[in-house]
Write a protein that binds this ligand. Structure first.
Ligand code: SAH
Ligand code: SF4
Length: 375
């Protein structure tokens, strides 16, 4: 098997070129052809020395992912299903808005965290994606969209690692992919336009701050450990207080001066006024000074057999009002790509479960509403 150049950030590509006896500027040229121009063949790289163009195909390739399907939503959202081999497939979603184009990228085939309200979590876990498989989603989407929209400008302006998988459980593949997204010779995205969303892998939040600080979104979903233990099982390992400490440590390195907390609104489970009050208490007082944050409330997107319902609209709105009136910027996420099941938490791809996650979730007790005051 030859080396796939999509597996490298610029530093990695430079090292690879050096092994071939080529100088760094050759790596920069190659990197630009691949990521800025979307090249997949060496013979189109007109400014590369002919001898190099002829040598490269025998030692490496630029291999994207086979597209199993593409679905276009009435609202402009586009969802791709990419084949990652061995019966696994992952999904990527493009969400156009007036002032930006956001690509929601997957990091794993499945996910081992097993959140109760997440379709990916219910599927279990197969494997980590490689750097090349993570970048191939952006590479394909960007260059497909440029052609499709006849645009010579960048189309994907923001990347959110909010597709399938827990990005911080695939750290070593994630970081070079992020670096290629940020690199001026790659996609040139600013750190604030690349967001890693995590269920709360505390040690990796600390490492990300050092290795590649980008915008951080934390999937909170519950205001107390008892409830979060059930909804986001990784909480049993890294409880809320430790998670918020990690958020505070991350902020000095972060490109934004706040953390985004995501909160999936589940009818009768985590959406009561008491939960909002507990949340406020947490983020205003944790560590003495509180955690600078914004809230993004995500109406639960149902999927078969979840056993959960979305909070009614007035409940979501009342919850948002409570947080806003306390001075915390709170948005309610609009659902996009409804007609193609491209909304948050609906990405299921196709995963060969190699763990017990799916079985464990299926066997779990139904979630009952626990009144915070009685905990
Ligand atoms: N594993 C990471 C990123 C992928 S999930 C994480 O959990 O943060 C992206 C976001 O969608 C997370 O906030 C996740 O909790 C949320 N989500 C998952 N399932 C959902 C569902 N069915 N409805 C609404 N949001 C959901
Ligand atoms: Fe994994 Fe995120 Fe889904 Fe939880 S919400 S199961 S961490 S993808």
């Amino acid at each position: 098997m030859t080396v796939n150049l999509l597996d490298f950030d610029l530093e990695g590509l430079t090292a690879f070129c050096e092994q071939l006896g080529e100088k760094r500027f050759r790596a920069v040229q190659l990197f630009r052809w691949i990521h800025q121009k979307g090249a997949s063949r060496f013979d189109e790289m007109s400014d590369l020395a002919k001898s190099l163009r002829e040598k490269l195909p025998s030692v490496c390739s630029i291999s994207g992912l086979p597209v199993l399907s593409r679905q276009d939503s009435a609202d402009g959202t586009i969802k791709w299903l990419f084949d990652v081999g061995d019966g696994n497939a992952v999904e990527t979603v493009f969400i156009p808005e007036d002032d930006r184009g956001t690509l929601c990228v997957s990091s794993q085939a499945g996910c081992a965290v097993g959140c109760r309200f997440c379709s990916t979590g219910h599927q279990g876990f197969s494997r980590n994606l490689t750097t090349g498989e993570i970048l191939a989603q952006l590479w394909h989407a960007e260059h497909f969209l440029r052609q499709h929209l006849k645009s010579s400008e960048r189309v994907v302006t923001n990347v959110v690692m909010m597709g399938m998988g827990e990005p911080l459980q695939n750290y070593s593949a994630l970081v070079p992919a992020l670096r290629a997204m940020l690199d001026d010779h790659g996609y040139g995205l600013s750190r604030r336009r690349v967001t890693v969303s995590t269920s709360g892998v505390v040690p990796m939040i600390d490492r990300l701050a050092k290795d590649c600080p980008v915008a951080l979104a934390v999937s909170l979903h519950a205001p107390n450990d008892q409830l979060r233990d059930v909804l986001v099982p990784i909480n049993r390992k890294y409880p809320i207080a430790e998670l918020l400490d990690a958020c505070l440590r991350y902020l000095p390195a972060a490109p934004r001066d706040f953390i985004t907390f995501e909160y999936c609104m589940l009818d009768g489970v985590n959406d009561q006024p008491e939960h909002a009050a507990q949340l406020l208490d947490l983020v205003r007082h944790h560590g003495g000074q509180g955690v600078p944050c914004k809230f993004n409330l995500i109406p639960f997107n149902p999927f078969p057999d979840s056993g959960l319902k979305c909070s009614p609209r007035p409940v979501v709105q009342a919850f948002a009002r409570t947080l806003s009136e306390a001075g915390i910027v709170t948005t309610v996420r609009k659902t996009r790509g409804d007609d193609i099941d491209a909304a948050c938490g609906q990405l299921a791809g196709d995963v060969m479960d190699r763990t017990q996650v799916a079985r464990r979730i299926a066997a779990a007790q139904p979630i009952r509403f626990v009144h915070p005051a009685k905990e």
